[in-house]
Ligand binder design. Structure first.
Ligand code: ATP
Ligand code: MG
Length: 575
């Protein structure tokens, strides 16, 4: 697994300034512009298949395609690759549009491969007439067998040399719905001996009576991806057709189709390495499985690597764009450490999120020498570096909550937080000292701490100069706002949750990826938390008010990330 440290160029963010190095795709685009190719136009597209929600891998492709258009004064279309009606749905179309906009991009045109079904059909007839396509009546098994292997050449189908007129008549029957599903296919007549299997007379159309979310029942034959994709690019006059590496072997076919058609333009296909992340599955098939088997709550479950899941978890669009910049674009497959993605959101939220105190696992503290009916207000800034964000008033009173973890009756050596007889500082104010514990007589569980406070330490320091080792967070019991907090962890426990060693990827699911804590206690400033607002809970991490479930009076927060930055440790970075 590689988790190479980003170069200064990668870390600097885009657009690159003059003289800075560009990735290889931007270099190509720049050179094409300089040489006057494509009439000095830059046109890209992002071509999702609407068969699932977009994930962080798509975000990389979106940042690349839309980013290039933006940086070079070009256009970027959103084209739905909707050639496979049985798996596609408008729900996916809508979510894809929402996610791209949320990421901060706007398409030049919204288009659908299905818009071109008519043109594709006409071009198919063109190829048939030119002797470059034929109708094959072999069944799928025979076709597969005749295709050969990487070491054996393919065998020509007995229908390969049938007269063009015959193929044309049959193709029209296919189109007209006169033949049953799967009865025959249209194949391109390329080269059965090619070492590239994609060129061994690939299938262009199959008969399939399926309702299409846009074209309805107008068609009963549907084009294959390879037949639709390049032609769609050409119709849209795309200049640079950027796709992932698995299409490298399809490029000769992409070019063959365009070379053999009266197509309006011939875009250049350029491949780059897809994003792989540790502890993450990225294929839509697997993500769909997680959703369908209810292993997560839905496509936007905050543990999902989908854009909508990351958003709900509390990731910002800015942090996803920064991540895309830092990983850069390469021609070599690698696996990026998910800690880098977490680092990017931490960096963004550290700079922007207001701070509040929240106690997730409350333990009641009674300050015995503090008057019962008294309240005073301590004050802390919302952000240490942003005075313009203002301050919050934090009520202090006789009864507080602190984190259960911050007390140990019998503290081990390196535990410097609260313990019997020990003094700590409360964030924003006084020193308190533990004078006793109250236990449930039945279970022995500690239910309450007895403490005293030193009125002279309100400033956070003792006039006599005595020191404490630790400052802990707290919330006044009477003033606390209750909230549900969903503490999320990685969805998988294994860095490589693929199907392997006879195990399915689902066997690597983390059973502790979600812990729901009810009755957490927040300082009053958090009571106004709007859905999707992001906060730092001091000492704990970054949290986001859930955009579906949180409402005033019934707050729900998702933990985005803890404060601990694993990436800083791995990469040796100083933050
Ligand atoms: P999956 O394999 O996850 O189902 P896909 O490639 O089938 O994804 P599409 O909807 O066809 O998904 O993808 C739209 C665009 O996003 C394509 O150009 C594809 O190359 C790109 N893309 C998909 N996954 C990744 C990834 N992990 N990294 C970078 N780009 C990706
Ligand atoms: Mg695909």
């Amino acid at each position: 697994m590689t988790s190479s440290k980003p170069t200064p160029e990668e870390a600097s963010g885009r657009p690159a300034a003059a003289g800075e190095s560009l990735d290889f795709i931007r270099e190509i685009v720049k050179a094409d512009l300089a040489s006057g190719k494509n009439g000095q136009r830059v046109a890209t597209r992002f071509p999702p298949e609407p068969n699932g929600y977009l994930h962080i891998g798509h975000a990389k492709s979106i940042c690349l395609n839309f980013g290039i258009a933006r940086e070079f004064g070009g256009t970027c279309n959103l084209r739905f690759d909707d050639t496979n009606p049985t798996k596609e749905d408008v729900e996916y179309v809508d979510s894809i549009k929402e996610d791209i906009r949320w990421l901060g991009f706007e398409w030049s045109k919204e288009l659908y491969a299905s818009d071109y079904f008519g043109q594709l059909y006409d071009w198919a007839e063109h190829l048939i007439r030119a002797g470059k396509a034929y109708v094959d009546e072999s069944d799928p098994d025979q076709i597969r067998e005749m295709r050969g292997t990487l070491t054996e050449p393919g065998k020509p189908s007995p229908y390969r040399d049938r007269p063009a007129e015959e193929s044309l008549a049959l193709f029209r029957k296919m189109r007209a719905g006169e033949l049953p599903d799967g009865a025959m296919v249209l194949r391109a007549r390329v080269d059965m001996t090619s070492p590239n299997l994609n060129l061994r007379d690939p299938i262009m159309y199959r008969i399939r009576r399926a309702h299409h979310h846009r074209t309805g029942d107008a068609w009963c034959i549907y084009p294959m991806y390879d037949w639709a994709h390049g032609q769609s690019d050409s119709i849209e006059q795309i200049t640079h057709s950027i796709c992932t590496l698995e299409f490298e072997n399809h490029r000769p076919l992409y070019d063959w189709f365009l070379d053999n058609l009266p197509a309006p333009s011939h875009p250049q296909q350029i491949e780059f390495a897809r994003l792989n992340l540790t502890y993450t599955v990225m294929s839509k098939r697997k993500l769909l499985r997680l959703v369908q088997d209810r292993l997560v709550s839905g496509w936007d479950d905050p543990r999902m690597p989908t854009i909508s899941g990351l958003r709900r978890r509390g990731f910002t669009a800015q942090s996803l764009r920064a991540f895309a910049d830092r990983i850069g674009v390469a021609k070599r497959e690698s696996i990026v450490d998910v800690a880098l993605l977490e680092h990017c959101v931490r960096e963004d939220l550290n700079a922007s999120a207001p701070r509040v105190m929240a106690v997730l696992r409350p333990l009641r503290v009674v300050i015995e020498n503090y008057p019962e009916d008294q309240t005073e207000e301590l004050e802390l800034p919302f952000h240490p570096d942003h005075p313009e964000m203002g301050t919050r008033k934090i009520p202090f009173s006789r009864e507080l909550f602190i984190e259960r973890d911050d007390f140990k009756e019998d503290p081990p050596k390196k535990f410097f937080r609260l313990a019997p007889g020990r003094e700590v500082r409360l964030r924003g104010g006084y020193f308190i000292k533990c004078t006793g514990v109250v236990k449930d007589p039945a279970t022995g569980e500690i239910t309450e701490l007895r403490c005293s406070y030193d009125p002279a330490t309100r400033s956070g320091a003792a006039p006599d100069g005595r020191k404490v080792k630790v400052t802990i967070h707290w919330v006044s019991a009477r003033h606390a706002v209750e909230a549900e907090v969903r503490v999320y962890d990685r969805l998988f426990t294994d860095p490589d949750p693929s199907d392997r060693d006879g195990k399915e990827f689902t066997s690597f699911l983390n059973p502790a990826s979600l812990e729901t804590l009810r009755a957490c206690k927040l300082e009053p400033a958090a009571s106004s938390a709007a859905p999707e607002s992001r906060w730092q809970f001091e000492r704990l991490g970054y949290f986001c008010a859930d955009r579906r479930d949180s409402r005033p009076g019934a707050l729900v927060f998702n933990r985005t990330v803890s404060l601990k930055d694993e990436w800083a440790r791995i990469s040796g970075a100083d933050n």
